[in-house]
Write a protein that binds this ligand. Structure first.
Ligand code: PGA
Length: 245
């Protein structure tokens, strides 16, 4: 696992944007596993402003709220259009269908999409409780796309995007941990003090479903890009080997 500690989020966006640019240069039909939430907003802004061309690339998103159609401004389908897809067209984009009548079939269908589109790179954020995608603590490392219940802490953290806590959906369709781990490479971004404990457990804790992101220690090609606040609880020895920018 390579740890990069940046002074400013802008540097993280440039860095990950640069990784995306290299992938576009070296792959004819790359598959980008994409994430939503506050963390990648700056990266998407960077990509929108760039001259990168995604028209031969495929995007596969991590998750979607259950019950929100793609037209709902709180849906992740809407988020992706707004932040990236409306500005940078892709050959194909996939997001789990959280408004499907048959969610089991939607999950199985998404699992097949993931099999058919192995990710060249998977972008991740991390929840305060260590979730990746919406794989909350105690999710199986073998999990595949399924309906998950959001924990009260995730609902509280995401309430900032809604009118109130009560408006946050209680469930989501999420890519599973085994599918996340199947990506060729993974880049995780985390900013701010409230991610520091999750980052410590992800980088230097025991590998345990209690902290789902800790499984990334077992992936051969992971880059973790954090600001100083999110790196604040990392052991000194980890920080010594980290790249500081
Ligand atoms: P955030 O969420 O980017 O909005 O902080 C990250 C996550 O929950 O994975």
């Amino acid at each position: 696992m390579q740890i990069i500690v940046v002074k400013h989020q802008k540097q993280a966006n440039e860095l990950v944007g640069g990784m995306f640019a290299r992938i576009l240069q070296t792959h004819t039909h790359p598959v980008f596993g994409l994430a939503t939430g506050g963390t990648p907003e700056g990266l998407y802004q960077w990509l929108r402003a760039s001259d990168l061309d995604f028209r031969k690339a495929v995007a596969v998103n991590l998750d979607e709220y259950v019950g929100l159609p793609a037209t709902d401004p709180h849906s992740y389908a809407y988020y992706m259009r707004q932040h990236l897809f409306a500005h940078k067209p892709f050959a194909h984009t996939f997001i789990p269908d959280g408004s499907a009548k048959d969610l089991l079939a939607a999950a199985a269908g998404y699992h097949q999409i993931l099999k058919d589109h192995p990710r060249t790179i998977q972008l991740l954020g991390v929840g305060r409780n260590g979730h990746i995608g919406f794989n909350e603590p105690n999710s199986s490392f073998k999990s595949t796309t399924r309906v998950v219940a959001l924990t009260p802490s995730t609902i509280a953290a995401n309430a900032r995007f809604f009118k109130s806590k009560d408006a946050v959906p209680t469930h989501a369709l999420s890519m599973g941990i085994s599918e996340i781990m199947a990506a060729e490479q993974i880049v995780l971004m985390a900013f701010g003090t409230n991610k520091a404990t999750a980052v410590k457990n992800l980088v230097a804790g025991r590998v345990t479903p209690r902290w789902p992101a800790s499984i990334l220690q077992r992936h051969p090609h992971v880059v973790v890009v954090v600001d100083e606040a999110a790196a604040a609880q990392l052991p000194v020895v980890t920080l010594k080997h980290a790249i500081h920018q």
